[in-house]
Ligand binder design. Structure first.
Ligand SMILES: *Cc1c(COP(=O)(O)O)cnc(C)c1O
Length: 510
């Protein structure tokens, strides 16, 4: 392989980097030309009133198809994605998305279904949603499901609104919601949006809820406790039944942040642990391209006492009884006087429902359990391998217990002994071809590194990742500047993350 070829390629890419799609092409150039109309042309005025129309045509790029394809393919290659490498981003469950799901979701009956289609002509879609609700209900151990929320955080908002409606219905005014100090940032944010005040509960020496602190704070002002189990440290809280009892004893609801369901699907059920409301992250536990790669879905499952307040419409099945004059087996019920109302337009992100349903059907109950067990095994294997390679002397586990689907390391000793921070390690991992784990979360862990390998990775990948971390530490012992200056191989180097998010530079690679 000659060096000349590489440098020529680089030159072509270099030239292209500075150019946005708006600067490519030429007036009149087209990627696609539609055939001439074979029906009579209709004046636009008859279709769209003039006050709703643009005064001047939109300024759109005019490019050929090869220009269009090359532009976006080139941009896509400058990003890191799950299809090109290991992506152990703790709490986000970046697991492989089976291609079967895409085929099923792409079937015209699914992909081309109009969201305003009359339920009488969308019976198959309603049946799929109804079946998915039943499966999620079984997995959660709670009888009623709404598919409407579009993300985990949206499910949390639904849960807080349901809690408010439940208390209001009893004439009970409450002010606060309890969350552990390990909670995901969306928990306190949602609580605040829902009009409650956040009260933090401490973490005990084992990484679980500090029961004494919870007891002290659980009073009649508390509307709800919001919790994930396993928590964001990747640890299962064995006191969960007692925690639920303490909260129920003061008349509050217990909410399960289901983002960590990947560890317990098919093994233990939030409903059995005592939770009243649960959200699922279909895009995490049940695989969907996510994190900039596609829309999400955050269905909720609830107990009988919360059911009257569910968002409307709800999907109902007229179990073979058509005596009410209906000719439909599945329908949408809007007659819900106590409902918190609608959370979004239409019924939710239908494509996510199809993929999640395909996942559940293709794995079956034992397959879901197997996925969770393998996720937990992979995380414990990776931790053991890191320990074996001596990595844990500088990056010890924040809590030294058997972990669930993820584990939190602290980079405190590494920072003090080698002079590199968790951020430096994360950036250097990019040069080794790995997406870094989650960093600086959970907040109570110094220099945190939260690693979630997922069940879909091979032993070779896990070994390679562990060896890369060991190698970076060896490197840093000799020269910490290497990690401090990383990454070296990415399209852009180290960015000021706040500025990059607020004022992205699209034109020029740095
Ligand atoms: C991802 C996550 C959420 C939020 O879910 P989104 O779907 O991103 O809104 C909440 N809690 C935990 C623990 C999470 O990991």
């Amino acid at each position: 392989m000659s060096d000349t070829r590489v440098s020529l390629e680089e030159t072509a890419m270099q030239r292209d980097r500075a150019v946005t799609i708006f600067e490519k092409g030429a007036p009149g150039r087209r990627a696609f030309v539609a055939p001439a109309l074979d029906v009579p042309e209709q004046p636009l005025d008859e279709l769209i009133p003039s006050h709703l129309r643009r005064r001047a045509p939109a300024r759109l790029p005019e490019v050929s198809e090869p220009e269009l394809v090359r532009h976006y393919v080139r941009i896509s290659r400058r990003n890191f994605d799950l299809d090109s490498g290991f992506y152990p981003l703790g709490s986000c469950t970046m697991k492989h998305n089976p291609r079967l799901h895409e085929r099923v979701a792409g079937l015209p009956g699914h992909a081309r279904l109009h969201p305003l289609q009359d339920p009488a002509r969308a019976q198959g879609a309603l049946q799929l949603m109804w079946n998915l609700e039943r499966a999620l209900s079984e997995i959660a151990g709670l009888p009623h499901v709404s598919l409407q929320p579009s993300a985990g955080s949206h499910g949390e908002l639904a849960g807080v609104l349901l809690t408010r409606a439940y208390h209001a219905d009893r004439g009970d005014q409450r002010r606060t919601v309890l969350t552990p100090d390990t909670a995901h940032g969306t928990n306190p944010a949602t609580v605040t949006m829902g009009g409650y005040e956040v009260v933090k509960v401490g973490t005990n020496a084992a990484g679980g809820v500090d029961i004494e602190d919870l007891r002290a704070k659980a009073d009649r002002d508390v509307a709800c406790l919001m919790l994930t189990n396993p928590n964001t440290l990747g640890l299962f809280d064995p006191n969960i039944e007692e925690i639920a009892r303490i909260v129920h004893d003061v008349g509050a609801t217990v909410y399960y942040d289901g983002a960590n369901l990947n560890a317990v699907m098919g093994i233990s059920r939030p409903g059995d642990m005592g939770f009243d409301i649960v959200h699922f992250n279909l895009h995490k536990s049940f695989t969907q391209p996510h994190g900039g790669g596609g829309p999400g879905a955050g269905p909720i499952a609830v107990s009988d006492r919360i059911e009257p307040y569910l968002p409307h419409p709800v999907i109902v099945r007229h179990g073979g009884d058509f005596s009410n004059g209906s000719t439909r087996e599945f329908d949408l019920d809007y007659e819900r006087p106590k409902s918190i109302g609608r959370l979004r337009g239409f019924q939710g992100n239908y494509g996510c429902f199809v993929r999640a349903y395909a996942y559940i059907c293709s794995l079956g109950a034992s397959g879901l359990r197997d996925a969770s067990e393998t996720a937990v095994l992979n995380a414990n294997y990776l931790l053991a391998r890191l320990r074996q390679l001596g990595v844990c002397e500088l990056l010890p586990p924040a809590y030294d217990r058997i972990c669930m689907h993820e584990f939190a390391l602290t980079g405190g000793p590494m920072k003090r002994e080698l002079g590199i921070r968790t951020l430096d390690l994360a950036k250097r991992l990019l040069d080794y071809g790995y997406h870094p784990p989650t960093v600086y979360f959970p907040l109570l862990v110094e220099e945190a590194l939260l690693v979630e390998p997922t069940e879909t990775e091979t032993k070779e990948t896990l070994d390679g990742f562990a060896e890369a971390i060991a190698e970076i530490l060896r490197e840093a012992r000799e020269d910490p500047e290497v990690a401090r200056g990383a990454p070296y191989s990415t399209p852009v180097r180290r960015l000021d993350e706040a500025t990059a998010a607020k004022q992205p530079v699209l034109r020029q690679a740095l």
